[in-house]
Design a protein around this ligand. Sequence first.
Ligand code: AMP
Ligand code: TRP
Length: 328
Amino acid sequence: MPRIFSGIQPSGSVHLGNYLGALRNWVSEQHEADCYYSIVDLHAITAEHNPEALRDATKELATTLFAIGLDPDISCLFVQSHVPEHAQLAWIMESTVTFGELSRMTQFKDKGRGEEKVRASLFTYPALMAADILLYRTDKVPVGDDQRQHIELARDAAARFNNAYGEVFTVPESMIPKVGARVMDLQNPLKKMSKSSSSDAGLIYLNEDPSRIAKKIKRAVTDTENKVAYEPTNPAKAGVSNLLEIYSALTSIPPEDAADRFSNYGALKSELAEIVIEHLTVIQSRIKDISGDPSELLRLLKIGAAKARATASSTLSDAKSAIGFLAP
Ligand code: AMP
Ligand code: TRP
């Protein structure tokens, strides 16, 4: 079975972009592959953060991941800081990639822009992400489109390390879904739906109240033409194309065919709202169930960390030996 690894940051609540672009595929892959999934709290401190909020977000994210269908008997779900090998291999990765490579990462340029106190870890973050992936000798990494460049860097780092010191790492491949890879902001459909967005009117959260979901979809920005057409490369139709893409991701009806079903934006929006709400209320009721037993959640995360450590420590020890560290 191929090995899969992916990670998500515990910062803010999970939104529809995370779900359709990445998390849903985590669940569908668990029967096809040997899956390791991590709540990457080390990544979450690369930007200003609040300690209590981080702890709460970590628990909330674990709850959500089990609620969307991750099965702890099949998949390994763990919190990154419970597995110290990540930080250790990250140092070796920082000594494998170059300053020039890190400087070219577009996410660093976007997130760092205009910030007065950019943490050093925001700059070196892709080296930690490479370590995350390579520790598990990962074949495939399911992520949204925005992570493509980071996976490329992990591939380059693996190949370079293997070339210089001997075959230790598997060179991973990204797995980017065809629909849902880029869910756009409902208020600004030229920007991706993101928790760092200034207003949350353009985001739909997985744990959001159905009436708010309906309102947000109803108010989604479209255009004045009132012609339902899927034209993803036409900026003037970005809003309606995004709604059709979300519709398609949830129904498996291709977006072009979905467009033919609706004669105006109002009809598309009301059916889309119904479908999104139907989908999310199932998840929300599972979130409620799981939240009722916090000690069970911690127990499952402990089992996940133990399993992850067993794999990670073996790879780390091979990497240390290859690079020339003296065994203790
Ligand atoms: P983040 O919220 O940035 O930590 O992202 C977690 C996962 O969700 C990553 O795999 C991202 O690629 C994916 N993701 C985030 N935002 C979107 C979006 N708007 N559309 C599709 N995928 C997304
Ligand atoms: N950087 C990813 C994001 O912001 C999260 C992440 C960290 C990740 N480590 C990873 C994703 C390893 C895939 C594999 O979304």
